[in-house]
Design a binder for this molecule. Structure first.
Ligand code: SF4
Length: 98
């Protein structure tokens, strides 16, 4: 019985030791997508993917891409971590929503 309580206590303290650093890390992340800067088409990754801020291809843009998570103005794309893409943009990794 004593060993069981000791095990629970050690597990609880260990979980707390992990939870505090994770919460500290989350506090350093941008609190909202609005805090993030936009992808620059001249960034190496963007250039490699032929990213353009405003596509001329009718109906093919970030808004209609399966990877896009945002609104009519801007949103997140997993290919550009920590930056936002324009809803009107396009890149060569475009994948139409199902
Ligand atoms: S993969 Fe390309 S087209 Fe799709 S959301 Fe990301 S940047 Fe836009």
């Amino acid at each position: 019985m004593i060993n069981n309580n000791r095990r629970k206590f050690v597990t609880f303290v260990g979980a707390g030791a992990v939870a505090v650093p994770v919460s500290a890390l989350i506090g350093t992340l941008p609190s909202h997508a609005a805090d993030m800067e936009m992808v620059n088409p001249e960034d190496p990754t963007a250039a490699a993917l032929q990213y353009v801020v405003e596509t001329e291809m009718e109906g093919k843009n970030c808004m209609t891409c399966a990877l896009y998570n945002g609104d009519e103005e801007a949103g997140m794309c997993p290919l550009f971590q920590g930056k936002k893409v324009h809803a009107t943009a396009w890149c060569s990794a475009y994948a139409p929503k199902a």
